[in-house]
Ligand binder design. Structure first.
Ligand code: UD1
Length: 416
């Protein structure tokens, strides 16, 4: 099993280019199933989650070819409606194929994704709203079996919580539905806008983009398209925080800083010396103060940046409070950061962080994707050689992490 060895403390310098967003491309890849026309997607990040989704599409019969930095999809060869447990169990986002398969084939059989390290993560909002659109759903031997013999029907879908995945699944399900699908209390994350823009580029009729009321008018057919997803705002936030944490001067490029407005404003409020451009952010050495942060659906503070923020807050002047409101078990980075010397106490859904603390190297272990990112940036500040185990979590979501950090001057190496 591979490990990362990070020698700290270090000052970063230079520029890092952000990859296309995995969380935008995962639903877009599922949406490929909607059409028998060719879809060309540019710069898919080379990540484990993306490879899993490609495998899933391949298993369903989609023909996938590469042309330079473009991946070409031909789902005219779709020959299955079944997403099996062996793939779904490795990635929750597999559930995204449910809506498109139902829309295209009027039937879908998708393994239940089950829980994951950060919480139970049910899919009740996906299922109950597909039922409202006319799907008959049975849960059988660990599988969701959905049928809509006469096709799905557009209707009002008020979501009980603005779930990102449910909003995306229902938007895709609405593409061929009879009439109009109105998703109310929809999630507003930028990746949802990106999916809507992708669907519209194929001829779908999605409006209300960027609002909490998404309207999908059913269409009869879709057309060929070329598309490139937005930059990964979570990866960008991770590098910005790494820059601040190590009191470095770095430039984070190739993403839209508006997608990170809340995070950047919060970091500036704490004293962050940050210059925001159209598609880049410059970070300069800063003296930061403590903060009070609560995660919330977009445009609030993203849960996917919470772990990295907790790592940063160990290095600021003053104590901090962080509350996690989206997932019930998303503080697994806390005991690992404490192994590096962080002083953090947890009370239910909140943590209190005492700072500043000089972190010291220790062996630590990745537990989930963003927790792992928090450990890597903490290791950049820790005195000595930190060995980070179970780095396969990182490979789900950070493209070329080691190379990108080496490019910024970090002393980081992958070892067997
Ligand atoms: C997506 C992101 C993930 C991010 C999360 C919240 C992808 C591939 N993943 O995950 O990185 O952390 O949004 O921003 O885009 N819930 C239910 N019932 C449902 C659906 C969700 O109770 O049917 C709950 C979940 O358990 C969780 C909360 O709602 O506690 C948020 O989940 P959701 O917004 O659906 O996140 P995902 O789409 O799974």
């Amino acid at each position: 099993m591979q490990k990362l060895v990070v020698k700290g403390p270090v000052k970063l310098t230079g520029e890092v280019s952000i990859s296309r967003a995995k969380n935008a491309y995962l639903p877009i890849l599922a949406a490929v199933l909607l059409t028998d026309k060719k879809v060309r997607l540019k710069n898919l990040p080379d990540l484990r989650d993306i490879r899993t989704m490609l495998k899933l599409l391949g298993n369903l019969g989609v023909t996938i070819t590469k042309e330079g930095d473009t991946t070409v999809f031909d789902a005219s060869t779709l020959n299955s409606h079944e997403a099996t447990y062996d793939l779904v169990k490795t990635m929750r986002a597999s559930i995204f194929v449910l809506g498109p398969l139902l829309a295209r084939l009027n039937k879908a059989k998708v393994s239940l994704p089950g829980g994951c390290a950060i919480g139970t993560r049910p899919i009740d909002i996906h299922l109950s709203n597909l039922e409202k659109m006319g799907a008959k759903i049975d849960l059988n031997a660990g599988y969701v079996e959905a049928i809509s013999n006469d096709g799905l029907v557009g209707t009002k879908l008020p979501l009980s919580f603005p779930s990102v995945g449910a909003t995306e699944n229902l938007m895709m399900a609405g593409v061929f539905a009879k009439g109009t699908t109105v998703i109310e209390n929809a999630a507003m994350e930028p990746e949802i806008d990106d999916l809507a823009n992708f669907l519209n580029s194929m001829g779908a009729k999605v409006s209300g983009i960027g609002t909490s009321k998404i309207i999908v008018e059913g269409v009869e057919e879709l057309f060929e398209t070329d598309y490139e997803a937005i930059g990964d705002r979570i990866e960008a936030a991770t590098y910005i925080i790494a820059g601040l944490m190590t009191k470095s001067s770095i430039k984070v490029t190739n993403f839209n800083p508006e997608h990170l407005e809340f995070v950047i404003d919060k970091l500036k409020e704490m004293g962050g010396n940050i210059e925001v451009g159209k598609d880049f952010v410059n970070v300069e050495p800063s003296e930061l103060n403590g903060a009070k942060i609560e995660t919330a659906p977009f445009p609030g503070f993203p849960t996917d940046v919470q772990a990295q923020m907790v790592a940063l807050l160990t290095q600021v002047n003053g104590n901090s409070f962080v509350k996690e409101n989206i997932f019930e078990n998303r503080f697994m980075h806390v005991p690992e950061l404490m192994r590096l010397g962080a002083k953090i106490t947890q009370e239910g859904k909140a943590v209190f962080i005492e700072a500043p603390i000089q972190l010291k190297a220790a062996p630590v272990m990745c537990t989930d994707l963003r927790a792992s990112a928090a450990l890597v940036i903490a290791a950049l500040c820790a005195e000595g050689e930190t060995v980070i185990d179970r780095i396969y979590h990182l490979e789900r979501g950070y493209e070329k992490l080691t190379a990108k950090l080496q490019g910024l001057g970090a002393n980081i190496e992958k070892v067997d």
